[in-house]
Design a protein around this ligand. Sequence first.
Ligand code: AMP
Length: 398
Amino acid sequence: MSGVLLALNAGSSSLKFALYEAATLAPLCRGGVAGLGETGQPAHFSAHGPEAGKLSALASLAPDIDHEGAARWLIDAIAARQPELELAVVGHRVVHGGAEFDRPVRVTPDILQRLSAYAPLAPSHQPHNLAPIRSLLASRPDLPQIACFDTAFHRTQPRLAQLFPLPRAFAERGVLRYGFHGLSYQFIAEELRLLRGERAQGRVIVAHLGHGASLCAMRGLTSVATTMGFTALDGLMMGSRSGAIDPGLLLHLILEEGMTAKALHELLYNESGLLGVSGVSDDLRALEADASPAAEEAMALFAYRAAREIGSLASAVGGLDILVFTAGIGENSPAMRARICAFLGHLGVAIDAEANRRGAASIGAAEAAAEVLVLATNEEAVIAEAAQRLWREGAGEP
Ligand code: AMP
């Protein structure tokens, strides 16, 4: 084998990966380590594909391992399979690239330092994205490492979509709406181009509903508006993040209730959203299995907030031709898709209950003006393609 390409996708409590033949991008295996950080669950490795059994048999994973340790474990497991698996290039999801990184780059120590400056803007992700890059730069400085940014897809947005209504000086120093989940949106845009051709060039809204959740409005399959902003805390209600919230409430909590910045951070990132409203779980599956009124109200609020934001994004693109559901909730919860779509008749959305229940790719009613699709996202595929391209360019190949 000529070499393998590893795509790493670190989330707040997981590390997903996919391994490909570097020259052809033929998939070798994909999987992840769940239960990282303070989830209360032991770390757990799972994978499928031709190489999966051999990798997981290599060593047991310490139950309290962190993101960096999990990445190192994975890379050591791959190294132990040499010469069959010779690591040629690693691609990484990096959540925040700010205004300066609008495309994938090969990471140098200088670039790593610049990316570290964005850690406070994406505290649940950026440190986890950068830790394995830092450790590999030290141990394998010659190994090409390519960073692929969640913010980059949104750099096509018009200026008005990026501006906050604050004094101009803020925008001049980079306080702008950046948007996230760009690797997922890029994958869906490419799928739509293949599946729907000319129609996909119209007014599209993609709902990436997972533990983190956001929407992206596209025209010409480029980003026109999105619900996340300067940080990944804005917009939709999420698993444990509040989403958009009255800024006056934050002032009240600080000034009248004496809340510290640290406590506010914890409240907004880790104690709110589905978890906060239900008091049960940040995981939709657990709420769907729970009969309590609070769990029901949390799901109802999630759908209501998502539907209101879809209305807002429809204004940014002048209507709606295609609505796409993707990510863990979007792909797997017919009940949540139905709840959200129930608000959207005014945009020409109506779903076929049977197609929705059985998880068809197209779930819109035949007579409805807007199409509704359910598409599986694949951020690792976007990372792999970019990493392969830059690796080849670095090796002087066309
Ligand atoms: P992600 O961050 O994309 O992995 O999505 C995680 C979210 O998807 C969690 O809230 C899960 O409960 C939810 N999810 C995954 N599978 C299902 C399912 N079969 N039914 C309902 N929700 C699901």
